[in-house]
Design a binder for this molecule. Structure first.
Ligand code: SAH
Length: 393
């Protein structure tokens, strides 16, 4: 048993249905002098045990690690990581031609607050909660001991993901090992990954399946990859025999990374060009009928609920431009990775954009995150990536 947090009467219900978060309003009693990031035992108002979790200050006050009286030690993390690994093996995504995958997806792997992406021999560990931050050394040790994973270096990258008010001052650095190459292989394509400075853990592993679908649709088409970052979609489009690929990102570094990744896979191929420009400006300025396939994969426009209205307007505006200008019989891949935007809200924004552009638009596919970003069935909030493939006449 750890220091006990008692809930108010009736506030245990969502936890009895295994929802992994305790909100601040549910709490009746907090132990004295409890420190942020510590392990706690959660009970109902009568003192009956509900489970064990990590405590933090904020609206989500406890992230539940288990619904039992469990010791959170190395053995606990090892067993959760083994389960995560067994599941990834079942997916068939760990192969010589695919060494890049998400091993731990927070609540989806019953480890709220923790993300681990694997790039060959390197695991990039990201803590989203103070509790995971304090446990990072044990978790890193487990990762290198994990059978069959082949992990020899663990890089910690939590400078931007930990609650700012917790004053933890995490340093991005290797916990174990050191730099041992920076290439990731995804479905036989090679990418240079900048996990030291790049966004997220260095690569957007969550678009793997959607990139494969893009490859399927690229044949013979002139393609615009808007918000290209590392150029993932562009490289797949080249292999899918697009006739022309234009990649756009407002960040000059992203444009350079895209160019490097295209050159790595398709040296001396002049079908590709990349531009460092603002998306809204590029879409406003581009000509009609210039592209037959447009990908819109913007950053999370709404990081918080308060930004929702503006975010929806942003989605509507970029999609409207794509619909207005794409060729007849063109295809749009459009995404939202904002957790605060629901599937219905996103679809409504895209619907409004289609109506605004006065084009006939049909939904061909509804996309989401891949299976190595699983959604805990008791935690539907874990479904964050939404996408549509549209046929535009
Ligand atoms: N599609 C990418 C991920 C996109 S991440 C992939 O598959 O890997 C979002 C990207 O949008 C970032 O690289 C960021 O630099 C870029 N970005 C953010 N705001 C932008 C803007 N206003 N115009 C163009 N690019 C922008």
């Amino acid at each position: 048993m750890y220091p006990q947090i008692r809930l108010r009467r009736g506030k245990e219900e969502s936890l009895l249905r295994f929802h992994p978060w305790v909100f601040s309003g549910a709490i009746d009693h907090l132990p004295d002098n409890i420190e942020e990031g510590s392990k706690v035992t959660v009970t109902d108002f009568k003192g009956n045990l509900i489970g064990t979790g990590h405590y933090q200050i904020g609206s989500i006050t406890v992230r539940m690690l288990d619904f039992a009286d469990t010791v959170i030690d190395k053995e606990f993390y090892m067993s959760r990581l083994r389960e995560a690994m067994t599941m990834r093996r079942a997916l068939g995504i760990i192969r010589p031609d695919n060494n890049t995958y998400r091993l731990v997806h927070g609540e989806g792997d019953f480890l709220p607050g923790l993300v681990v992406d694997v790039y060959g021999n390197t695991a990039v560990l990201q803590a989203h909660s103070p509790g995971m931050h304090f446990d990072r050394d044990i978790i890193a040790q487990c990762l290198v001991e994990l059978d069959g994973a082949g992990i020899s270096s663990v890089y910690y990258k939590s400078e931007t993901t930990l609650p700012y008010k917790a004053h933890l001052d995490p340093q991005n650095d290797y916990i174990i090992g050191s730099y041992n190459g920076d290439t990731a292989i995804e479905n036989g394509l090679t990418f240079r990954i900048d996990w030291l400075k790049g966004q997220k853990t260095g690569f957007f592993v969550d678009q793997r399946d959607n990139r494969s679908l893009l490859e399927h649709y690229a044949h013979g088409r002139r393609l615009l990859n808007m918000f290209c970052y590392t150029g993932g979609f562009s490289v797949y489009a080249m292999r899918g025999q697009a006739t022309l690929v234009h990649s756009v990102d407002s960040s000059a570094k992203a444009v350079a990374l895209t160019e490097a990744n295209v050159a790595l896979n398709f040296p001396d191929d002049n079908r590709h060009k990349a531009f460092a420009e603002d998306a809204f400006k590029y879409l406003d300025d581009m000509g009609e009928n210039q592209y037959d396939l447009i990908i819109l994969d913007p950053p999370a426009f709404a990081k918080h609920r308060s930004a929702l209205r503006n975010a929806l307007r942003g989605y509507q505006r970029i999609n409207a431009r794509a619909f207005e200008k794409i060729s007849h019989g063109g295809i749009v891949f459009t995404f939202s990775c904002s957790q605060a935007v629901s599937k219905e809200q996103f679809r409504l924004a895209v619907f409004s954009a289609a109506a605004q552009a006065r084009r006939r638009v049909r939904i061909l596919h509804q996309l989401t995150q891949p299976a190595d970003h699983p959604i805990n069935i008791y935690h539907p909030e874990g479904e964050y990536l939404k996408g549509l493939i549209l046929y535009v006449e």
